[in-house]
Design a protein around this ligand. Structure first.
Ligand SMILES: Nc1ncnc2c1ncn2[C@@H]1O[C@H](COP(=O)(O)OP(=O)(O)OP(=O)(O)O)[C@@H](O)[C@H]1O
Ligand SMILES: [Mg+2]
Length: 501
């Protein structure tokens, strides 16, 4: 075979600097929403050591504007110029522990996703610096020249600047107008509704910073202090917290902790709705991934399990350090990540065990309620791998009534009960129970009906040798009576008293 002589590539170099206009316009579409954009700006404030972050949204002004003011470290002019640069930091460089940043992009890309004019005012050691990127100005000039403003006292938001700290100001909010460019009222209404959605997101994402008697950070929205929403309901006495499991990896530790939320009956409606969020508990079960205490993923099993009604109280907190960003494929918005294979393996086992136990607890609870009750109203019958619910024709209330009926009507009465059982609307019940289980309740009973039921059950039980003292316990094992126990107990008392007299 003939050997070709070695030849070097002949290369030339030409200038291919990106076009400022196209690149910066492209930075508007990383896929941020108002809440993820605000979170990215707040990340910077927290990293800068701020104790207070104030969001001001002037939605009613002629030219609506938004400011995020913090009392963090502030920046020198040189630092500010660097901060305004796209890609101000190298994503592959090591970050200090607790640094919430990674890409050197967030300040710019989050801001441009919402506005066309970003101004940053900052003060350190008594010196105020101010810089601005105005996309319309860049569009005219098509060059990377940053505006420095030497009389910052004239800039909107200047009055919000503390002795040391930073104010990020968004103007020309073209993406937040909701299309109502000429209708100020409608535009303000739209922006306010966006802000109330964002508010919940911020309360959730930064909840660990906002919690406790001495919170690490105070977060204000138009002067109102935001309260944390803890998706693990950790401080609720009825929340079940499993011990922490630590996965030690080369890049750092992953800490996993399973939580079972309290049953909705053990929480106030407000608490329940708050941690369920707009999507509800079914959709909110799953993994909650925290990066340096900041929530980046809220719910969903990332392919490790299915979201089922039986597991909707299961939530697993997964804590990761910022040293694992590359493995977790953290995105610029800090709103998504992927499980690294070694974590996936381990987490899969944890999830299977946790979710499996939870399903078994629910199932056995359901069976026990029917099987162990003496004289249930419904019988649970298991047959050929199927489960049917049948009205219990032997229940004293049905039996004693049937016995009073003439022979010819007795059969008809029992047929009616059987039809009620066979007509149980299984599909509708199923549909209602998925996602909305706590809203499905049993119908009310009249006082008279309850009285007849308690008395006939008590009579039958006593005829079957149950002592009067044991009646309350036995009757309470009946779920129907247990949920109405206050009224039932009173009826039982009266019943026993009249029997004695
Ligand atoms: N509020 C602030 N206070 C002090 N310094 C800030 C503030 N906001 C931004 N900076 C500085 O500007 C830099 C650039 O911020 P930017 O959000 O663009 O990138 P990042 O936070 O480094 O990474 P990421 O793209 O992951 O957010 C920060 O690294 C920080 O040094
Ligand atoms: Mg940042």
């Amino acid at each position: 075979m003939k050997c070709e002589p070695y030849r070097e590539l002949a290369t030339r170099e030409v200038d291919a600097t990106p076009y400022a206009t196209s690149l910066i316009e492209g930075h508007r579409d990383f896929g941020y929403s108002l809440e993820t954009a605000l979170s990215d700006i707040i990340d910077n404030s927290i990293t800068a050591g701020a104790q207070s972050v104030a969001l001001i949204a002037d939605t009613a002004a002629d030219e609506a504007w938004i400011a995020i003011a913090d009392d963090g470290s502030g920046m020198t002019e040189a630092e500010l110029i660097d901060a305004m640069r796209l890609g101000s930091k190298n994503p592959t460089h090591k970050r200090a522990a607790k640094d919430l940043g990674r890409f050197g992009l967030g300040l710019k890309s989050a801001s441009f996703s919402q506005c066309r004019c970003l101004t940053v005012l900052t003060r350190r050691n008594g010196k105020t610096s101010c810089a601005r990127w105005d996309l319309d100005r860049i569009a005219q000039r098509n060059e990377w020249s940053l505006e420095l403003i030497d009389n910052p006292e004239l800039v909107k938001g200047h009055h919000l600047l503390p002795e040391t700290g930073t104010v990020v100001v968004w103007e020309k909010l073209d993406r937040l107008s909701g299309g109502y460019t000429h209708d100020r009222g409608k535009r303000a209404e739209y922006m306010n509704s966006e802000f109330s959605r964002a508010e919940r997101h911020l309360r959730l994402v930064f909840h660990r910073f906002l919690e406790g008697t001495k919170p690490r950070v105070k977060l204000l929205l138009n002067g109102r202090r935001l309260k944390p929403i803890d998706p693990m309901a950790s401080s609720h006495a009825a929340t079940q917290k499993d011990p922490e499991e630590i996965l030690r990896l080369r890049q750092g530790d992953v800490v996993i902790r399973c939580h079972t939320l309290p049953h909705h009956k053990r929480m106030s409606q407000e608490e329940w709705d708050e941690i369920g969020g707009p999507e509800g508990h079914l959709k909110s079960q799953g993994l909650y991934v925290y990066r340096e205490d900041r929530l980046i993923i809220a719910g969903g099993w990332l392919g490790l399990a299915r979201q089922t009604e039986l597991t909707k109280l299961c939530r697993i907190a997964v804590d990761i350090p910022n040293t694992m960003d590359a493995e977790w494929r953290i995105d610029v918005k800090k709103a998504s990540a992927q499980l690294p294979p070694v974590v996936r393996e381990r987490l899969k086992r944890v999830v299977e065990r946790f979710v499996g136990t939870s399903k078994r607890t629910y199932r056995s609870r359901g069976q026990r309620l029917v099987d162990e009750t003496r004289f249930p109203i419904w019988n649970r019958v298991q047959k050929d791998g199927q489960i049917v619910f049948r009205p219990n024709l032997e229940h004293p209330i049905f039996r004693s009534y049937a016995e009073q009926l003439p022979e010819g009507l007795r059969e008809g009465f029992e047929r009616c009960l059987r039809i009620v059982g066979a007509g149980l609307p299984i599909e509708t019940l199923h549909a209602e129970l998925v996602g909305n289980a706590e809203a499905v309740t049993a119908d009310e009973t009249s006082e008279h009906d309850l009285k007849v039921l308690v008395c006939s059950l008590a009579t039958t039980l006593m005829e079957n040798g149950v002592a009067a003292e044991a009646l309350p316990d036995t009757l309470q094992s009946n779920p129907f009576l247990r949920v109405r126990w206050e009224a039932a107990a009173q009826i039982l008392d009266d019943f026993l008293r009249t029997r004695v007299s």
